[in-house]
Ligand binder design. Structure first.
Ligand SMILES: Cc1ncc(COP(=O)(O)O)c(C=O)c1O
Length: 468
């Protein structure tokens, strides 16, 4: 029998060479950022179904299959990738994926991965310190910001309705947030049994952030309805616009009314590292819970999301279960993370953030955040100079909304035409009922020249649409 070590030794160089070639070519702007083929076409081209049925992929076959696979991927390392809020991973976190893929230390219980648990707890302490939590703070890493929001709001539910786990959810609970909050907030309300109709949206300002002058009135209206507010949710930042709620003002209002204050900092909390940008997050330390995705702006591969609680003990209130086949008090020497997380088996995701910090360092990671934010500002300035481009908001992060051409130009259609060419990947979003193109600068190699080329291509396409 060929051992695992021998198989690895044979196959790793193939993967390493193919990935190196892929990275080199993407970074050199070769080829397309994206080519959108249907699953059926790709199944045929890559022989996916055949390989599943036949097996037997040897080293040579892996080599040519991987070449084709990588050619077909959406290339985040290509500087034309300015799309969704998914990190261009630093090498440290990519190596962690490889290590985790072998060690496979499931993280439900401490004994399944003592060093991985130590790493997770250490990166969580580092994050809690950046938030400004004291010694009582603590957290857990989850597979994504959506699950992190759900976990944090479960803790909020446990505090206001301690019996909900056993008895079901009281009918008088509501969640207060803006309609600009990420959809995972309303989805959490659905999953947690409050129902998405329990969301009470509070008015927003033209930039989509919560209008503080109206928040007290929204909270009074909830009380007048006979409802109890389970949590007030701030966005730092809003997904569509990149704008940040006034955390200080919201935190003070919540403190005065003894309400759970949740900050969804999935995208923006990473700016806590930055001297230039942390001011926009002032007040975050007042939050009872914070969600912070490392796989967005701490440059790790997906997924690595933190749920941070001001009082670690609130996790125990959230999950009321003991599990005989996991627990072993006589042997256990450390925390069993299944007590804090929705997941049972969990990837040792802390290693991704740890290796980014250990290999690249906090200074380089912070510089990357600053550079990405700066590039969005440069894009805004560049686009504003063009008579055919409207930039409605000054970017507060690395997200920028804009429209090209007059109101007859469908921005969604324009985006489709751009993507068909494949030189750039950008997104689109609705803001205040208007469709905009949207870019998120995630790749530090995206230069001002790239943004100029993007602008030229969009204007050319919009002119073509106007004249047809
Ligand atoms: C503000 C905010 N919260 C939560 C999420 C969800 O995170 P994930 O995609 O990791 O589930 C996102 C994703 O874009 C987001 O922007």
């Amino acid at each position: 029998m060929v051992s695992t070590a021998e198989t690895f030794h044979t196959l790793l160089p193939i993967v390493e060479q193919r990935l190196s070639a892929y990275l080199k070519s993407a970074e050199a702007r070769e080829g397309r950022v994206i080519q959108l083929k249907s699953p059926e076409v790709l199944d045929e081209e890559l022989g996916i179904g055949d390989w599943i049925a036949r097996g037997g992929m040897d080293a040579k076959a892996l080599d040519s299959w991987l070449k084709q696979y990588l050619e077909a991927t959406t290339k985040l390392h290509h500087p034309g990738y300015i799309g969704h809020q998914v990190a261009v991973p630093m090498v440290g976190s990519s190596l962690a994926d490889c290590i985790n893929g072998f060690t496979n230390n499931g993280m439900a219980v401490h004994e399944m991965g003592p060093p991985a648990v130590a790493v997770e707890l250490a990166v969580l302490r580092w994050m809690c310190a950046h938030v400004g939590y004291g010694k009582a703070g603590g957290g857990v890493l989850t597979h994504g910001g959506s699950l992190a929001n759900l976990t944090a709001l479960l803790a909020a539910r446990a505090v206001i309705a301690p019996d909900a786990w056993e008895q079901g959810v009281p009918q008088d609970l509501v969640l207060v947030t803006a309609d600009t909050a990420h959809y995972s907030i309303a989805r959490s309300a659905g999953i947690l049994g409050l129902g998405s109709s329990s969301i009470r949206t509070t008015p927003t300002k033209p930039d989509g952030t919560i209008d503080i002058s109206a928040l007290n009135a929204t909270l009074e209206a909830c009380a007048a309805e006979g409802k109890r507010v389970m949590a007030v949710v701030a966005s730092a930042c809003n997904t569509a616009t990149g704008c940040i709620d006034d955390l200080q003002a919201m935190g003070e209002i919540c403190a005065n009314r003894a309400l759970w204050f949740h900050v969804d900092g999935a995208h923006g909390a990473s700016a806590l590292l930055s001297e230039k940008h942390r001011g926009a997050l002032r007040g975050i330390e007042m939050a009872d819970s914070v969600v912070w995705d490392a796989h967005k702006m701490l440059h790790t591969s997906a997924l690595c999301a933190a749920v941070l609680l001001k009082r670690e003990t609130d996790f125990a209130k959230a999950f009321h279960q003991d599990v005989s086949y996991l627990g072993n008090p006589g042997f256990a020497k450390g925390p069993d993370l299944f007590r804090r997380a929705v997941e049972c088996t969990k990837v040792p995701i802390g290693l991704k953030l740890f290796l980014n910090l250990a290999i690249h360092g906090e200074v380089a990671m912070t510089k990357r955040i600053d550079d990405l934010y700066a590039r969005a500002k440069q894009a805004a300035a560049l686009f504003r100079e063009h008579a055919q481009i409207d930039v409605p908001l000054e970017p507060q992060t690395n997200i920028l909304l804009f429209r090209v051409g007059d109101s007859s130009i469908s921005q969604r259609e324009l985006r489709s035409r751009l993507m068909e060419r494949g030189n750039f990947y950008i997104t689109a979003a609705d803001h205040c009922g208007v469709d905009y193109l949207r870019l998120t600068v995630m790749n530090p190699a995206t230069s001002v020249e790239d943004l100029q080329r993007l602008m030229d291509e969009l204007v050319e396409l919009a002119d073509g649409m106007a004249s047809s």
